[in-house]
Ligand binder design. Sequence first.
Ligand code: ATP
Ligand code: MG
Length: 385
Amino acid sequence: MIGWAAMHERADPVIDALGRRGNLPAETSTFLGRDEDLAEVGRLLRDEPLVTLTGVAGVGKTRLALKAAGELPGGAWLVELSGERNGALLAHTIGSAIGLPEQAARPQGDVLAEHLADRRMLLILDTCEHLLRPCRDLVGQILRAAPGVRVLVTSRQPLGLPGERVHTVRPLPVTAEDCDAVRLFRDRALAVRPGFECSDDAVLRLCRRLDGVPLALELAAGRLRALTARELLDHMDDRFSLLSGRGRTGRHRTLRTAVGWSHELCTPEERLLWARLSVFAGTFDADAAADVCADERLRGVPDLVSRLADKSVLIRHGQRFRMLGMMRDYGREWLREIGEERLVAGRHRHHSLALRRVMRHPRRRACGDPGRRPESGRPHPGPGH
Ligand SMILES: Nc1ncnc2c1ncn2[C@@H]1O[C@H](COP(=O)(O)OP(=O)(O)OP(=O)(O)O)[C@@H](O)[C@H]1O
Ligand SMILES: [Mg+2]
C-alpha cells in the first residue's frame, strides 16, 4: 500500500491565489527536544486522517505541530483559531487561510469540502478547545469528502471524533542540568541577558517549580532582565504576578491568562472541583477526590475528575491524577476567593489521617475501612511522565 506521505509528495499541492503551497510560519526561536514526540506524530500523520495534539496550557502543542508538519514533504496549511469565537464562521476562517474565495449562495462548509475533495494536503487547525463542536462537525465533513486531506489539530481537549488519534504532549523533562527544560530556559535567558550564567542549582530548581512547561519557562527567562534566577525561584509562590511577557499577545500574554483560558472553558462544577482539588499536593485517585471534594454543592465527582483530565486541567497517570503546580496555584487562588480554603484543607487532613490509620492497622481494611494509600505517600512521577 502506498503511504500518504508518498502520495502527498507526488500529488499537486494546494496552491492558492498568491502561488503559496502552504503557509507555515518560519521559526523565530530555537526548537528544543521532543525527538520522540516528533517521531510519533510523524508516524501518525503518515497513517491517520485525523491527529490531535492535546495537553496543558503552554506545553508546546502548537510548536510541536508546526515542527512535525514542517518535516513532512509537501505543503501544510495552518489555520489559527484562538481569535475565532464564532463557530458558525469556522469554514470561512479555514477557507480564507487556504485562499478559497467566498461563495455567498451556498454553505461555506459544503464549498470547502468540495474544494478539498480531490486535494492532498495537511490542514493544521490550531487551538480548537473553545470550538469543539463546530470543529468536530466540519472536520468530519471534510474527512468524509476529501480522502487525501489529513487534519492535525491542537487542542487542550480532543475533538471526540471516531478515528481521531490523540497524542498527549507532556511537559519537557526536568532531570538534570542538561535536560531539555533547562536548555530551553538557558536559551531564552541568553536572548535577554547575553552571557547569562548561574553557578548554583537555581535554574534546575526553577525549571522543576515550573514543571518543565515551555511557556512558563520562557516567561520566567524573560524576567531575567530585572531579576536573578535565585530571586525568581524565591518568588515562585507568586508565579502569576511574576510571569508575564513583553511583546506577547492573546492568552500567552501572562501565565495567568494562559491558565485562565482553560478556566473559562470549564463549567461551574468543574471550576469548583478544580479549586478543591488544589489541596492535593501529589497524585490522587477518583475515590480520594470524592472523599475530599464531594458534598451537597458538588456531586458526581469521579465523572467530573475525568472531565477535568479530558480538558488537560489534570494529568492522567493510569487510574491516578495529578495537577501541575501552575494549575494547582490557580485553583488555590480560586478556593481562597470562594472562602473554602480552610474547609477543604480540613477535609483533606481528615482524609489523609484516616488513610494513615488504615495503613498502620491494615487488618481494619477487612472490617470495611478504605484500603487506599495516602496520596502524599505516592512517589511524584516527575513532570515529564
Ligand atoms: N520544544 C520546544 N522548543 C522550544 N520552544 C518551545 C517548545 N515547545 C514550546 N515552546 C515555546 O513555548 C511557548 C508555548 O508553546 P505553544 O504555543 O506551542 O504551547 P501550546 O501548548 O500550544 O499552548 P496553548 O494551550 O495555549 O495553545 C511558545 O513560545 C513556544 O515557542
Ligand atoms: Mg497552542
